[in-house]
Design a protein around this ligand. Sequence first.
Ligand SMILES: *Cc1c(COP(=O)(O)O)cnc(C)c1O
Length: 381
Amino acid sequence: MLPESGGPYPLHAPEFEGHELEYVDDCIKTGWVSSVGSYVDRFERDLAAFCGVKRAVAVSNGTASLHISLLACGVKRDDEVLIPDLTFVATANAVTYLGAIPHLVDCESTSLGVDAAALDDYLKEIAALRPEGLINKITGRRISALVPMHTFGHPCDMEALSALCERCHLTLIEDAAEAIGSFYHGRHCGNFGKVAALSFNGNKTITTGGGGAVLTNDEELGALIKHLTTQAKVPHAFRFRHDHIGYNYRMPNLNAALGCAQLEQLERKLTLKRIVAARYERLFRKVAGFSFVKEPPYCKSNYWLNAILLDRSCAELRDDIITALNENGIGSRPVWDLMSSLPMFKDCPRMPCPVAEDISSRLINLPSSPKLANLPEPDGV
Ligand SMILES: *Cc1c(COP(=O)(O)O)cnc(C)c1O
């Protein structure tokens, strides 16, 4: 097993310290394990309340959440969708599930999220606002949406990105897969786009085993998403009638039971994660050659994964450092390879991405589980 999942200090380990067993046991004893059940309803309600949104729809995973978000927002075949070059592959994959084309954009060094100013300049150059929407003058295709991603839980500059989307008639969809418990100007991530996608995979801040959710403040859209993710079945006492092409993307009740118990512990996990981050910050202030990636100003990050940047002068040591850490049971990894470097996306339209290239060459993620806060702090840190 890789240290990332095992070892004494995994990158991010799930922690079950509340009512998980009790709630899962309840599902098994009552037989409500699958596609309907009270934990799904409760998880959706509790999640919406925590995030301060009108509606949360629980789904089978974060990737399904992105897919259905794009679909429900009207992204069509041959549209281009702006996504960061620096992201997890699911963001790009979800765009292609609709026959749309990822259009890769750069990030800024503060938030590691989409750089609104650079994107604005780029769009002025390559795109034109026409009655049918924003058109890429080079490819002739419509650019229909922007999907910023809150990297490692650090919120993107949503004010600037919202303004840009309004000016350019782009639909704003947040990939908030890593951002449960992250706030921008006091509002939870996921409140800024038309919809947002969350993930509850095993390595995320809270987990349902596998799972995700769509957040929205548009009740009608929320109802449509619930309908589409549950096979688009028309409610009826016994008939099986479906009025759209639907998806089996619902979250099983078993997973939602786990999620209800995890949500009860979210505040505590967030507090512990911020203690861990503060320790790293203090440590790396004293160590030459590295800088700690801090939350952007005016944000409160969940610090899902802590990250350090190697000084440019020693970037070539990145893989040696990661290998040494992993060999010593300290789970670490580089950031994802850029989307533009993957064979499936190498020919996608792309703006110059010098910042994403720079970050990806010298970033290292470090162990970030909440329980690390319980370790004694070493002397002098
Ligand atoms: C985890 C993650 C996803 C996908 O979530 P799954 O639940 O694993 O499908 C999507 N986008 C980003 C940025 C992620 O980190």
